[in-house]
Design a protein around this ligand. Structure first.
Ligand SMILES: NC(=O)c1ccc[n+]([C@@H]2O[C@H](COP(=O)([O-])OP(=O)(O)OC[C@H]3O[C@@H](n4cnc5c(N)ncnc54)[C@H](O)[C@@H]3O)[C@@H](O)[C@H]2O)c1
Length: 334
């Protein structure tokens, strides 16, 4: 099989490429990525000389290039996106462009070249749940996005579904919860906390810190996408989540501090994000029943593994914090 992976230099995309090439070494992967601030080819150092791996720098909004790359593949796995909510609040324009227009350009290329399409999306399209309720997002939850990021992802989901309904394009969609694990850009909660602790800096926590997310370990996510690609029902959307029972951001920070043997006085409460969703929780029973997927370990074990990874790979994230990582492409590929 030959896969076109968009956004493969980002956090989840690069984990997915490493996962796929180690599980299916005979398959070919083209990594199509614009290399925005979030793209880091250093994540893929271990496969860059693999003859079954190719990197192409480019924008998914470029019709010609997208069409050309789609021409020779069996499936598109679409990760490329602007993905950070805070950045979407400051400037929604790139979110509209990449997440909506870029998805449309890819869908057109998939249609023209008769290529299967898997779209990676988020639970944020469903809006927010009440704190302390037992409710979870499920297969029938209506869309109700609150940030420019989630609104742009919701729009892309609708477009993908419409290409199935209107043109019979073979698509699948996964809406997953917050991911964590290795190679996550250190602007996101868990890697920001760990790396700041290592550097002896304060850990910023929004508002009262009582925001609840449903944490999904990135390898579990990659396995879920694998199963959907191999056995998922065409036209269907699968919800993918973790094993956390309503754990708040502040509890996570306290767990990290405890594991790293540091004092809670490193916590610094900062002004809240506007429109901040209180709680997300995912009912992933459909993918469990249909495809046999479930997370492999519990949250605490994954959190320890993640802390361990960031402590051992300080070179990787320090090169991000200094901006050095952005020179890697020029040295290796130009
Ligand atoms: N990280 C999470 O917790 C999470 C949760 C749910 C869903 N998702 C979704 O999963 C996907 C991947 O998320 P991530 O956290 O790995 O994101 P990321 O920000 O780490 O990576 C995004 C990648 O897309 C690339 N990109 C951006 N614009 C592009 C364009 N116009 N053309 C080509 N490439 C472009 C970037 O260079 C980067 O490598 C996204 O679609 C996101 O919405 C992420």
């Amino acid at each position: 099989m030959k896969l076109l992976v968009t956004g493969g230099a980002g956090f989840i995309g690069s984990n997915f490429i490493l996962y796929w090439l180690s599980k299916y070494p005979q398959d070919k992967i083209v990594n199509f990525d614009k290399l925005t601030y979030a793209g880091n080819l250093e994540n893929l150092k271990s496969v860059e000389k693999n003859p079954n791996y190719e990197f192409v720098q480019g924008d998914i909004c470029n019709h010609e290039l997208t069409n050309q790359l789609t021409n020779s593949v069996d499936i598109i796995i679409h990760f490329a996106a602007e993905s950070h909510v805070d950045r979407s609040i400051m400037d929604p324009a790139p979110f509209i462009k990449t997440n909506i227009e870029g998805t449309y350009v890819l869908l057109e290329a998939a249609l023209k070249n008769k290529v299967r399409f898997h779209h990676v999306s988020t639970d944020e399209v469903f809006g927010a749940l009440e704190l302390n309720s037992k409710e979870k997002f499920n297969d029938t939850t209506p869309y109700n996005p609150h940030s420019p990021y989630s609104a742009s992802k919701a729009s892309s989901d609708h477009l993908v579904r419409s290409y199935f309904d209107t043109y019979d394009l073979p698509i699948t969609i996964s809406n997953c919860s917050n991911n964590f694990g290795s190679y996550q850009f250190p602007e996101k909660l868990i890697p920001l906390a760990i790396t700041n602790i290592v550097e002896g800096k304060k850990i910023p926590v929004y508002g009262d810190g009582l925001y609840v997310r449903d944490w999904l370990y990135v390898d579990d996510h990659c396995r879920a996408i694998d199963l959907i690609i191999q056995k998922g029902q065409i036209g269907k959307t699968y919800l993918v989540g973790g094993l956390t029972e309503d754990i708040s951001n502040i509890e996570i920070i306290k767990k990290i501090l405890k594991i790293m043997d540091k004092n809670e006085n490193l916590i610094e409460y900062v002004k809240d994000r506007p429109g901040h969703d209180r709680r997300y929780a995912i009912d992933w029973s459909t993918i469990n029943k249909e495809l046999g997927w479930k997370p492999e370990h519990n949250f605490d074990d994954y959190l320890k593994m993640t802390i361990d990874w960031y402590v051992k790979n300080q070179d990787w994230w320090k090169r991000i914090k200094t901006g050095e990582y952005q020179k890697y492409y020029e040295k290796q590929y130009k």
